[in-house]
Structures are given as C-alpha cells and as structure tokens.
Design a protein around this ligand. Structure first.
Ligand code: RRO
Length: 309
C-alpha cells in the first residue's frame, strides 16, 4: 500500500483522507471510532458555548447525487470537547477542533479554551448555513476579518478557516485579500452549498423539516463547486497556503481531482455518513492504485498539477 501521508501547516497526517466536520463526529463514541479507523485525522463537530440538540428532525436526507442537511449545530458544547481532546490525542493522528459560535465573543472564548487543550489544529467554521436568522459569516468579508483577527490572537496551534462556496472570482479575490491580512495557516474548502431545496414529487413535500426544507447540499452534486473553490484559492495564494478539499469525494478519483486542483488532503462528509468508517480504507486503496498507475509516488507529487487547455 502506498504511503498516503501528508503534512499540513507542519502537522503530519498518516493519510490524506479524513472526516469532514459534522460527519460522525459529535459524540465521544463517534470521535473514538474515528480515532480507531483509517481516517487521517479526527475532526470534531463544530462546537458552540452551550450544548445543543440542534434543529428538529428530519434534518438530514440523502438522495441520488448527494445530501441535504439542516442539523443546526447539534454538539456537546465546547467544555465537553475540551475534556475529550487529551483522550483523542492518544490516537496516532492529528485532532482538528472545529470552532463555531453565535457571536465574535463566542468564537474567541471557545478558541481560547480549546487552544489550551492543544488540539493539533483548529478549524474556524465561518460557514454554517443552517441557523435560522443567522447569515453565514463567510459571506461577509469584513465581519470575517474582524472575527479572525480576534481569534488569531488567542490561537497558537495552526489555525484554519472553513469557508462556504463562492461563485464569482471577485468574491474569491476579495476573501483572499482579507485572508492575507489574517495569519491563517490553512483553508478548508468548502462547507455545504447553502440553502438548497430538495423536493419529493411523490409526496409533494420538502424532505427536511427546518427552515421550510432549505438546507446545505453535499455529495457528488457539489464536487465541481468544491474543485473550483480549491483551485481558485490555490491560484490566488500561489500554492503557498495549504488547502483541505471537501465536497463530492466518493471515490479515489475524486480525491485525485481535489489533489490536482491544489488540495493537500480531503475530507468526506456525505459518503462517510452513507457508507460508514470503511470508506477510509476503500478510498486509500482506490487512491493508492490510481496514483501508482499514473506514476505519482505520493499525494504531494500531484498537488496543484491540473493542466489547463
Ligand atoms: O450543523 C449544521 O447544520 C451544519 C454546520 Br454547523 C455546517 O457548518 N455545515 C452544515 O452543512 N451543517
């Protein structure tokens, strides 16, 4: 089996495929299971100040081509994750703590306390699409800059930002200029494509309950959006800011496409929820075989090597 390890912001990952925040990573049991699995890291559910039940069910549904969710940040609260981090650190892989909040103050409080537990990295989630009445911070560059500058001051481990998808080069450029003024160590791209609507024509209904059926889209159908965002930020930072690609990874070939666009590693959400923890070994096998067949000795060897016509 090919060595699929990678290094991001100075941290070694034993495999370049890990879970996406939100996917099978809320409870202690789920996080320990990720630790025991072939996942290349343990990424936590985005955490808030207080424990949360999240939105009413049904709040996740898969369909041919992807998934829609409006979970509403169900999580144990940051103090529970702070307590869990020492145990999670005993697995031979990085721990990435995903931090969220409902105000700048929340993010700073949580990031500061979690940083003290020394996760290997912190991912600041600026892109939850599912809180009624709360727009995604990542769609407001000025608010994002204010928040990130405050969080950066209290975080000493490598700090990354989880961004929503953008759909215009002007937005990529505006965000990249902002991120250049904040010392971020990596990017996670992309969160779900927010506020999609899935309709069941049989029952003539929406398929999830919160927000009248609107929710974040994931899975195969968002892959081109994810690849475009990975590629756009890779180019804007001239390959000097590590990117974790998320969106539409179902096969080893999908991982390879993210790597070609500039990702150093990838995360899996929908396919992990649908297939379970065995997905990590399958993707390693598929990616290893594909890289070997193409003559690439490692994931790093093909990073960013996408050819243009
Ligand atoms: O919990 C959620 O509803 C959720 C979050 Br925080 C997020 O960042 N992305 C998503 O698709 N769902």
């Amino acid at each position: 089996m090919m060595d699929l390890s990678v290094t991001i912001a100075g941290v070694r990952f034993p495999s370049c495929v890990m879970n996406a925040a939100g996917a099978l990573c809320v409870t202690r049991e789920e996080l320990v299971a990720l630790g025991r699995s072939r996942a290349g890291a343990i990424v936590t559910k985005s955490m808030t100040l207080e424990p949360r039940q999240g939105n009413p069910e049904p709040r996740y549904k898969s369909f041919p081509g992807g998934s829609i969710n409006s979970m509403g940040l169900p999580n144990l609260g940051y103090q529970a994750y702070a307590q869990l981090i020492p145990e999670l650190r005993t697995f031979q892989k990085p721990v990435i703590a995903s931090v969220a909040g409902f105000s700048e103050e929340d993010f700073v409080t949580i990031a500061s306390a979690i940083n003290a537990c020394r996760p290997d990295l912190i991912e600041v989630n600026l892109s939850c699409p599912n809180i009624p009445g709360k727009p995604q911070i990542g769609y407001d560059a000025e608010a994002s800059e204010r928040l990130l500058k405050r969080v950066r001051k209290v975080v000493s481990v490598p700090m990354g930002v989880k961004l929503p998808p953008y759909f215009d080069p002007a937005h990529h450029e505006h965000m990249a200029r902002m991120l250049g003024r904040v010392e971020v160590d990596f990017l996670s791209l992309i969160n779900s494509v927010g506020n999609g609507l899935v309709v069941d024509s049989e029952t003539e209904t929406v398929v999830i309950k919160p927000k009248g059926g609107f929710g974040g889209l994931g899975g195969t159908l968002i892959k081109p959006v994810a690849l475009a965002n990975v590629r756009a930020f890779w180019k804007l930072f001239e390959g000097r800011l590590p990117i974790i690609g998320t969106g539409g990874v179902v096969s080893g070939a999908d991982v390879f496409e993210h790597l070609l666009c500039g990702a150093s590693a990838v995360q899996v959400g929908t396919v992990l929820v649908e297939e379970g923890l065995g997905v990590f070994e399958r993707l390693e096998t598929e990616l290893g075989a594909l890289l070997r067949q193409k003559g690439y000795p490692s994931p790093e060897a093909c990073r960013g090597k996408l050819k243009e016509l």
